[in-house]
Write a protein that binds this ligand. Structure first.
Ligand code: PBG
Length: 308
């Protein structure tokens, strides 16, 4: 009766990795239960997510056939994610698709932007990000989610979407994205580890909470419709500060490393995995997240439905 926080299937977004080919289901060793899926199998998987787990929202990442220097491969209608979006929208009713927008999965060097003299060039990167966003919207993406952390990208993407007639497509900005060790398994899954240096010139220092609020404010001023804090668990204080300081929906990303820790400990019998997942998702919501992106989403949804 007096319980304050209840995580619902409607709060959750399930991430997927889509790859070329047909009937491809490559297990991701560091993320048990997650796969690189070709479009045909992804469509089936999303149907299953909706039917069995009652989760109706997905986030898509692409693994391209070929990479290039700038990530321009992602800006074509034939690119892997636009193709996947179209197939899912054709085959699955009532699913909301969030398209992650970034260059790191598509560049040969694995950085989120265009390299000039050994460094990511912020403003040149805005061009590919805006173009990738328009391509995603044209394919049918419901929400555009830039995860690159370049300065000014929300404004650039908003303008590009508006100029192409996508005035109603919202932007979910990865606003407070920290340079985190918790992204390790994701980079295996997406083949997006930087080949030199790291992302600390564009992602945030884990020590900085005030800066997170400045980043959020900036993105809201540029037109973000919702803002994200990422990772979630080591940043619950940041989630709460964003929630109390700004009147805007807050999204939290329960990232790959957070997922894999639970799975590894669970597989060893060191923790009660099911209770832990519930506790983790509840804590993220209690901290102030309105929406949670989590690799646990499907499993949580299936169990939740069985309980009812
Ligand atoms: C792309 C991107 C990353 C994640 C989401 N989008 C990786 C990174 O910044 O290196 C991480 C997600 C996860 O760890 O689950 N920029």
């Amino acid at each position: 009766m007096i319980r304050e926080t209840e995580v619902d299937c409607d709060d959750l977004i399930m991430p997927y990795f889509v790859c070329p080919g047909t009937k491809v289901k490559n297990p991701i060793p560091s993320m048990p239960g997650n796969y690189q899926l070709s479009i045909d199998l992804l469509v089936k998987e999303v149907k299953d997510l909706v039917d069995r787990a009652g989760v109706h929202k997905i986030l898509l990442f692409g693994i391209p056939e070929h990479k290039d220097e700038t990530g321009e491969v992602a800006c074509s209608h034939n690119a892997i994610v636009p193709q996947a979006i179209k197939a899912i929208k054709r085959e699955v009713a009532d699913v909301l698709i969030v398209a992650d927008v970034c260059n790191c999965e598509y560049t040969v060097h694995g950085h989120c932007g265009t390299i000039v003299n050994g460094d990511v060039n912020n403003d040149l990167t805005l061009v590919t990000l805006a173009s990738q966003s328009v391509t995603m919207a044209e394919a049918g993406a419901d929400i555009i989610a830039p995860s690159d952390m370049m300065d000014g990208r929300v404004g650039a993407i908003r303008k590009a979407l508006d100029d192409h007639g996508y005035t109603k497509t919202p932007i979910m900005a990865y606003s407070a994205k920290f340079a985190s060790a918790f992204y390790g398994p994701f980079r295996d899954a997406a083949g997006s580890a930087p080949q030199f240096g790291d992302r600390s010139t564009y992602q945030m220092d884990p020590a900085n909470g005030d800066e997170a609020l400045r980043e959020v404010e900036q993105d809201i001023l540029e037109g973000a419709d919702m803002v994200m804090v990422k990772p979630a668990l080591s940043y619950l204080d940041v989630i709460q500060r964003v929630k109390t300081n700004f009147n805007i929906p807050v999204v939290a990303y329960n990232v790959s490393g957070e997922f894999s820790m639970v799975k590894a400990a669970g597989a060893n019998g060191w923790v009660d995995e099911e209770r832990m997942i519930k506790e983790i998702l509840t804590s993220i919501k209690r901290a102030g997240a309105d929406v949670i992106i989590s690799y646990h989403a499907k499993e949580f949804g299936i169990k939740k439905r069985l309980e009812k």
